[in-house]
Write a protein that binds this ligand. Structure first.
Ligand code: SF4
Length: 271
């Protein structure tokens, strides 16, 4: 059986519940977007497009205000582009307004920290606003595909900081912990980066948009973690696609107050 192409999220799904992996990636049953996934995508699109703003017309005394206005316009644009998906979520107008405003607050929180870095660079390097903006513009939404590991993934932002490379993922999560699944995601990105460029990134991290950037050091140990987990999933999924070989892991992630696993009805974990 050919090796499947995995991703950080398919590997984390497998680790959380093999049966869930089976339904999603082998049987390919439909998944249902939630307001959290849709607005997460919207926030990502805003941050990706933010760096295409024409900063040359901004001046040090007005750039904060004008950047915030530009971010707000981007949010409106991407929110409207997802109107159909948002409409299918059966949310009230009040709930939609709440999520819109909450997303705007996250983007403003991110921008405040970006402005601090911008000014710090202007002062330290004695460069103009425009030059600092260009310097801080990361490589965005870069896809990495490894035939060797049979894994692919998109890195949200690759930032060059002095002589270091930082790889960054944005998250709108309310849980601000770098839990094991996030650590594994960062490990896989670091491995993909290392394989392609022949050099480890110095740090990898999550920008929690409700809070701040949290970075972890990239070292051999982190790359080994990624290699180990990739090997483990291939060792399983390349020898069997039989449902019974993908056992259920019944936890509070099957059903919780206000939500359930996308496959709850077909899986019937509680009989
Ligand atoms: S309902 Fe629970 S056991 Fe079933 S697939 Fe989902 S997470 Fe796994």
């Amino acid at each position: 059986m050919a090796k499947r192409v995995e991703s950080p999220s398919s590997i984390n799904t497998f680790k959380q519940c093999a049966r869930k992996y089976y339904y999603q990636y082998i049987e390919k049953l439909p998944t249902y977007p939630s307001v959290h996934t849709v607005r997460g995508n919207i926030a990502h699109s805003c941050l990706e497009d933010f760096y295409d703003i024409d900063f040359s017309s901004f001046a040090p005394e007005n750039y904060r205000q004008r950047s915030r206005e530009a971010l707000q316009k981007l949010l409106l644009h991407h929110w409207r582009a997802k109107a159909e998906e948002l409409g299918k979520l059966n949310l009230t107008q009040d709930q939609l307004r709440f999520y819109f405003e909450e997303t705007l607050l996250m983007l403003i929180n991110w921008s405040n920290q970006f402005f601090e870095k911008l000014e710090e660079n202007m002062q330290k390097k004695k460069i103009s606003l425009q030059e600092a903006f260009t310097y801080l513009t990361p490589v965005r939404e870069m896809e990495y595909v490894s035939d060797n590991y049979s894994v692919r993934g998109f890195i949200d932002a690759i930032q060059h900081v002095e002589d270091e490379v930082h790889i960054i993922d944005y998250k709108t999560n309310s849980n601000l912990e770098v839990k094991d699944s996030i650590r594994l995601q960062l490990a896989i990105y670091s491995l993909l980066y290392f394989e392609k460029h022949g050099k480890m990134p110095s740090k990898a991290g999550i920008f929690f948009l409700r809070h701040k950037l949290k970075l972890v050091q990239v070292d051999e140990e982190l790359l080994k973690l990624a290699q180990r987990e990739i090997q483990l999933i291939h060792a399983h999924t390349s020898i069997t696609e039989a449902k019974e070989d993908y056992p259920k892991t019944i936890t509070s992630l099957c059903r919780w107050n206000g939500g359930q696993c996308d496959f709850y009805e077909v899986c019937k974990p509680h009989g």
